[in-house]
Structures are given as structure tokens and as C-alpha cells.
Ligand binder design. Structure first.
Ligand code: ATP
Ligand code: MG
Length: 311
């Protein structure tokens, strides 16, 4: 039976779920996080969506702090939006940035820090850095419910841009230093520190031994087109998609409406199978008759994703 169970045998530490809006990323992420927590691994599920829904699905109030999920041992959740990431970045780096730059330019604290925080890719870099820190510190598995497709790709591409930006930065700041006739700038040291951080982030996230990207899609034309695009874009970042969750499949129709829907879906399932069946595992998740909310329902999702009782 096709499932995500092969991931259990690996040392992967981050499982990213991506795909277009509304296809079942949060549902699949939550079922997967539950799976690893139930195996006794300390697991964190992160949503980086602007409109996160982990609170709803786990029926636990979750915010931008890591929160234990009620009723599930080893499971923690976190909803973090880009603004919060930026706030944390400023808290972590703001004082040293200001201290370094205030020797050269006479500008208020907020303006200096805001200006530096606008560097291209810095936000994405920090998001990844934040996740990496969680892995090193507290968690054995991180399940990442990403924002709809385009953003994820941006996220993966930008640390590289940030690194390129940093490569230029010392030159820019040296020029500033010379202009103001200053003998020494601690800013070059900060840049060197950031460059090292960015490199660690890129190394970690581009290593398939650490990270797996799981595509979630639906058996409809849009789902198939979007999958093609995401898969080829990820390939440009050196990421292979080896698991595709086809969500909302009608398997046992018992009325005309569902028979018709199944007939509509089947060619698209077939297309995905023909195009990606060789290099990816296709997991078909049935359309369930109820809202997927709460731990009990999520156990069913887990069973579909990981083979469950059927083995
Ligand atoms: N297999 C399924 N059977 C029944 N309902 C489902 C199934 N999968 C998802 N749903 C429902 O569909 C809706 C969208 O699912 P979900 O929130 O997981 O998608 P998403 O990709 O995370 O969406 P978004 O892009 O908005 O974050 C939810 O109400 C969820 O309960
Ligand atoms: Mg979602």
C-alpha cells in the first residue's frame, strides 16, 4: 500500500507540506505530526501561513509561542507569521546592528534596524534559521505546514539571495567606513556571522537527508497543472518531490453525484500516476464525509497517510 511510512525509516528532521490553497496541506501536516508524536518523537508542527488554522484543527488555542497540543503527548504547535519572524529577528540582531552602525551614521535606532531588516531574503532566511534552531534545541521532528505554493518556493530560493546580498555588504560598508573616515567597523564581523548562519541554513535545507517536501494536490485539472509547476520549480532548487498526497479522492461512490465526481477525478489520478508514479509515491486520501477536526479525526488521516491498520 502506498504511504508515507517509508519516511519513518529515515533520519529526516523536517517534513514540509506544500501545494496550492485549500487542497489539504494543514490536514495532511496535522495527521503527519500526530503520527510522529505518537511514535514518541518530540514533534513540532509549524504553520507559516498568514491565516493559520492549527488552532482549529487541533481544537487548542495556538499562537506564536510553541504550545502543547491538548491530549497528545510529545506534540507542540506554533503559528508564526512573517511579522512575528521580523519582530524576532529585530530582537535578536537589532541591538548589535545598531551598535555597529551608529558609529557610522547618525540615525534613530528604529530607522537603522528597519533599514537593515529590508535586505532581500532576510525574512525567509530568518524563518529557516528559526526552524533550524528548534531542531538543534528541542525537537526530533518538525512538520511544516507551508503557505500556498508560490511562497514556499520563494522561501527556499531567498536564503541564497540573502547570501549574495551579504557577499556585497562588506564592500558597501567598507565604503561607508572610508567615507566617514572611521578606522574600524564591527559591522564586517556581523556580516561574517550572518554569512555563516545563512550558509548553515542553506546547507541544512538543501540536503535531502534532512528535509522532505511532500506535495499535496487534488484530482482535478488545476491540481495537476499546479503540481507540474511546483515539481519543476522545486527541481530548480535541487529538491525532488518523492511523495504526492492526492487528497479528496472518491473511492466508493454510492450515488450518481459521487459516481460522476469519481469519473471526473480518475483521469487526473491517472495523469499524476503516469507522470510521477515512477519517481514518487502517490498516496490517495479519500474525501471524508465530515469535517477533519480534533485528534480522533486526525488519527484517521494518519491511518490513510501511513498505511494504518491495513498495513
Ligand atoms: N480528505 C478530506 N476529506 C474531507 N475534508 C477534507 C479533507 N481534506 C481536507 N478537508 C477539508 O478541506 C478544508 C481545507 O483543508 P486544509 O485546511 O487542510 O487545506 P490547506 O491546503 O491547508 O488550505 P489553505 O491553503 O487555506 O491553508 C478543511 O475544511 C478540511 O477539513
Ligand atoms: Mg492550511
Amino acid at each position: 500500500m502506498n504511504s508515507l511510512a517509508s519516511l519513518d525509516q529515515t533520519n529526516k528532521r523536517v517534513l514540509m507540506f506544500g501545494g496550492k490553497g485549500g487542497v489539504g496541506k494543514t490536514t495532511s501536516s496535522a495527521g503527519t505530526a500526530l503520527h510522529y508524536a505518537r511514535q514518541g518523537r518530540r514533534t513540532l508542527i509549524i504553520s507559516s501561513d498568514l491565516t493559520p488554522s492549527l488552532s482549529d484543527i487541533f481544537e487548542t488555542e495556538i499562537g506564536c509561542q510553541e504550545t502543547p497540543v491538548a491530549g497528545v503527548e510529545n506534540l507542540f504547535a506554533l503559528e508564526i507569521d512573517p511579522d512575528e519572524v521580523m519582530r524576532r529577528w529585530k530582537k535578536k540582531f537589532g541591538p548589535e546592528v545598531y551598535e555597529a552602525l551608529s558609529a557610522m551614521i547618525d540615525m534613530p535606532y528604529d530607522e537603522v534596524v528597519d533599514y537593515v531588516a529590508m535586505a532581500p531574503g532576510i525574512q525567509e532566511e530568518f524563518m529557516l534559521d528559526y526552524i533550524l534552531e528548534r531542531i538543534h534545541k528541542d525537537y526530533q521532528m518538525i512538520v511544516w505546514d507551508t503557505a500556498p505554493a508560490g511562497d514556499t518556493l520563494r522561501l527556499l530560493g531567498l536564503p541564497q539571495r540573502f547570501l549574495e546580498h551579504l557577499r556585497l555588504a562588506p564592500r558597501v560598508y567598507l565604503e561607508v567606513r572610508d567615507t566617514f573616515n572611521l578606522s574600524k567597523t564591527p559591522f564586517t564581523e556581523i556580516i561574517a556571522g550572518w554569512t555563516e548562519l545563512a550558509r548553515q541554513v542553506i546547507d541544512f535545507f538543501s540536503d535531502p537527508d534532512n528535509v522532505e517536501f511532500i506535495l499535496v494536490t487534488i484530482p482535478e485539472a488545476l491540481g495537476v497543472y499546479q503540481s507540474r509547476r511546483v515539481i519543476s520549480e522545486l527541481a530548480q532548487h535541487g529538491l525532488d518531490v518523492r511523495h504526492i498526497v492526492v487528497n479528496g479522492v472518491i473511492a466508493q461512490p454510492d450515488c450518481d453525484f459521487h459516481r460522476q465526481r469519481m469519473e471526473m477525478q480518475q483521469p487526473y489520478v491517472q495523469m499524476l500516476r503516469e507522470e510521477y508514479g515512477e519517481r514518487a509515491t502517490l498516496i490517495q486520501m479519500p474525501s471524508l464525509p465530515y469535517e477533519v477536526k480534533g485528534v480522533e479525526r486526525l488519527q484517521e488521516i494518519e491511518a490513510f497517510l501511513f498505511g494504518g491498520e491495513d498495513g
